[in-house]
Every structure is written in structure tokens, then in C-alpha cells.
Ligand binder design. Structure first.
Ligand SMILES: NC(=O)c1ccc[n+]([C@@H]2O[C@H](COP(=O)([O-])OP(=O)(O)OC[C@H]3O[C@@H](n4cnc5c(N)ncnc54)[C@H](OP(=O)(O)O)[C@@H]3O)[C@@H](O)[C@H]2O)c1
Length: 140
């Protein structure tokens, strides 16, 4: 333990300084998304928010801008390849690069009847993660 009371383990668990980095946050319009967006903005991270409903996204983007970072809202259906490509093009045009991907947009199994565990994992891993990987963005 050092004089500040930190052990090696404490140091390892500290987040790195991400101030000034650029994040792409899918599902940023409601539910958990705005909370994640606010947490990123408070760390000084610029946030690109994506979801299908633009009006709600724009409202969250305005809130994040008020926290002193750059924020943008892009309407996108992440299950659609052309829509994902357009999203990435727009974010890179504005931010230059994407440092952090939080692929939060998703589905909850109990909402969808007749939707099995296999379908859930296929949607999550193939449609969402693989989709972004194929387009050159790694999930954080
Ligand atoms: N809430 C929980 O207790 C909980 C627990 C475990 C895991 N999770 C996971 O956490 C994530 C977020 O959950 P949540 O409760 O915040 O969900 P939510 O309230 O339903 O919000 C989902 C978000 O994703 C967006 N979205 C949905 N489908 C999309 C699509 N095809 N393309 C782009 N955006 C899309 C929605 O906006 P639009 O509809 O406008 O597109 C919305 O912004 C999900 O992956 C969920 O499985 C949540």
C-alpha cells in the first residue's frame, strides 16, 4: 500500500483518463443510454448518440452539450447495414475518430414473447457487435 492508501489492485481498477476522447453510444435516446451519455460527458468525453428516433436523441445531445462536451445525434437503425455505414461516416466526419464504442442499443428478452435465448445472443452478437466490427469499429 502506498502513502495514498492505494494498493496495486486499486490502481489497476482506476479508469484511465478519457477526457477529450470520442464515444459512439448506440441506444442513446432513452432507458440506460442517456445515463451512460451523461457519465461520459462528465468525464469530458464527446458523445455521438445513435437510435432510430431522432427527436429524443436530439434532446439528449443538447443536454450533453450543456455539460461542456461536443455531442451529436444521428438517427440510425443499427440492424441495417446502410444505416450503420451512414452513422459511422457522419460521426467520423464530425469527430475525426471514434475512440470508444458503447453498443448499448438492444432488446430485452422478456419483452419479446416467443424469442428464445439463442435468438437473443444471435441478435446481440451477430447483428450488433459483428456489424460494427465489420465496419472497423471495436467495442469498448
Ligand atoms: N434495463 C435493464 O434492466 C437491462 C438489463 C440488462 C441488460 N440491458 C441491456 O441494456 C441495453 C439498454 O437497455 P434499456 O433498458 O435502456 O433499453 P430501452 O429503454 O428499450 O432503450 C433501447 C435504446 O436502444 C435504441 N434502439 C433499439 N433498437 C434499435 C435499433 N435497431 N437501432 C438503433 N437504436 C435502437 C432505442 O431507441 P429507438 O427505439 O428510438 O431506436 C433506445 O434508445 C439493452 O441492450 C438491454 O438488453 C438492460
Amino acid at each position: 500500500m502506498n502513502p495514498q492508501g492505494e494498493t496495486e489492485n486499486t490502481k489497476e481498477r482506476k479508469l484511465k483518463d478519457i477526457k477529450g476522447e470520442n464515444a459512439l453510444l448506440t441506444g442513446g435516446s432513452r432507458g440506460l443510454g442517456p445515463y451512460i451519455g451523461r457519465a461520459l460527458a462528465r468525464e469530458g468525453v464527446n458523445v455521438a448518440l445513435a437510435a432510430r428516433t431522432e427527436k429524443a436523441l436530439t434532446s439528449v445531445a443538447e443536454e450533453l452539450t450543456g455539460l461542456g462536451v461536443h455531442a451529436m445525434a444521428v438517427a440510425c437503425d443499427i440492424t441495417d447495414g446502410a444505416s450503420r455505414k451512414s452513422l459511422l461516416d457522419q460521426v467520423k466526419a464530425r469527430f475525426g475518430q471514434i475512440d470508444i464504442l458503447i453498443n448499448n442499443a438492444g432488446i430485452m428478452t422478456w419483452i419479446l414473447r416467443n424469442f428464445g435465448v439463442y435468438d437473443f445472443y444471435r441478435r446481440q452478437s451477430e447483428d450488433n457487435e459483428k456489424a460494427f466490427r465489420e465496419e472497423g469499429v471495436r467495442q469498448a
